[in-house]
Design a protein around this ligand. Structure first.
Ligand code: GTP
Length: 362
């Protein structure tokens, strides 16, 4: 079975992290976002994953190679010379998708959706309804910022509207599809949107069916949603494999610390925290609702809440970082500084407190 993952977006809403690497390579719960998807695809029987790449193919390869060896999956890159949108990359990868494909269908994923991927259930459902496409949908309270899907009782999609102004349904496009090879005949080899061009026509022809996701779901393409997705993911881990979380003195709620990270005594970490490889957290530090990326050092008695601390940061003593601050790669924060909802670009040294939420330190 084959799968194509759309990894070519610029990830502008996840800056400053995406200044350092493409969004699919940003670590979510201590491994690249896209590796969560590849791992689940492999479990469902996928043997070849096509990455639809638009920029930085080498960075992408380097950061996921180790995982792909571990999962024993073949990774093929389909490289665009200019952005092809969310459907165009399928036309470009036509040969790769259809060659040696006895199932006659393939999975397609947006690279930034996190959930308990229902690939096996999708496959069974796709075979049972016999239409050209299966789309996973997820119910949300506020569907207005998403692609909204209206289906009939037979689960056939009757309309597909991007960011509707009026309420038409609470089910949104979860960015996970299973498509028959024939869908490729509907996609021209040029920049094309699957949401705005391909799916509305498939719905009109009665060729798209929806499957409602039963697990949590989050598009983690922006910092607030990244942290919310992390909380949901950690809760799901707590239910499914509690042994993978850190427990005991110094930990509170759901916490995931890479075994190579060093946490000194007298810290309190959690709830909803991930700490990546080679981080060092000195005594007396308090971290909650935050993601600490690889190689970061936090000196003693600091307080970090609701924030993302990028790779190889150096955070001083008695520092306070909170309210959705996002620090890019290699940021140095001096002792006693307070950052309140601040975005810091890579390679900056912060010597003074910044308290006006939303400020970007260039
Ligand atoms: P923002 O810049 O923050 O909007 O992020 P994004 O560029 O990733 O856009 P968006 O989240 O809407 O993209 C949805 C999915 O399509 C993501 O998995 C992107 O990587 C992917 N994608 C968007 N545009 C392209 C493209 O031109 N080529 C390829 N291969 N993938 C794309």
């Amino acid at each position: 079975m084959k799968a194509l993952i759309l990894v070519g977006g610029f990830g502008t809403r996840l800056r400053p992290l995406t200044f350092s690497c493409p969004k699919p390579c940003v670590e979510f719960a201590n491994k690249p976002i896209v590796c969560h998807q590849i791992e689940a695809l492999v479990k469902a029987g996928v043997t070849e994953v096509i990455l639809a790449i638009n920029y930085q193919p080498e960075t992408m390869r380097e950061s996921i190679e180790r995982y792909c060896e571990e999962y024993g999956v073949s990774i093929v890159c389909s490289q665009e010379t200019s952005p092809m949108g969310t459907a165009g990359p399928l036309a470009l990868a036509r040969e790769l998708l259809t060659k040696d494909n006895p199932e006659g269908c393939f999975f397609v994923l947006n690279s930034d959706v996190i959930c308990e991927y229902p690939f096996e259930e999708m496959y069974e459902f796709h075979k049972s309804h016999g239409k050209e496409g299966t789309i996973v949908v997820f119910p949300v309270d506020d569907p207005s910022k998403y692609g909204v899907v209206v289906s009939n009782e037979q689960k056939e999609v009757v309309s597909f509207v991007e960011k509707p102004k009026k309420f038409i349904s609470n089910k949104i496009n979860a960015g996970i599809y299973l498509l028959s090879n024939s869908v490729l005949d509907r996609i021209p080899l040029k920049p094309t949107s699957i949401e705005r061009e391909t799916f509305p026509l498939m719905a009109e022809d009665g060729q798209l069916c929806s499957l409602t996701l039963k697990s949590f779901w989050m598009d983690i393409g922006q910092p607030r949603d990244f942290l919310t997705g992390m909380e949901l993911y950690l809760e799901s881990l707590a239910q499914k494999s509690p042994e993978s979380l850190n427990k005991g003195e110094g930990y509170l709620g759901n916490v995931l610390v890479d075994p190579s990270a060093e946490i000194e005594e007298g810290c309190l970490i959690g709830p909803n925290v991930t700490i990546a490889a080679n981080c060092k957290v000195a005594a007396g530090t308090r971290i909650a609702n935050s993601c600490i990326l690889e190689g970061t050092t936090i000196a003693g008695n600091s307080w970090i809440n609701g924030s993302i601390i990028g790779w190889k940061n150096k955070v001083g003593r008695w520092v306070r970082i909170e309210s959705l601050s996002v620090l890019g790669e290699d940021v140095h924060v001096k002792d006693e500084v307070c950052l309140n909802g601040i975005i810091v670009l890579p390679h900056k040294e912060i010597k003074e407190s910044e308290l006006v939420q939303g400020k970007i330190v260039l």
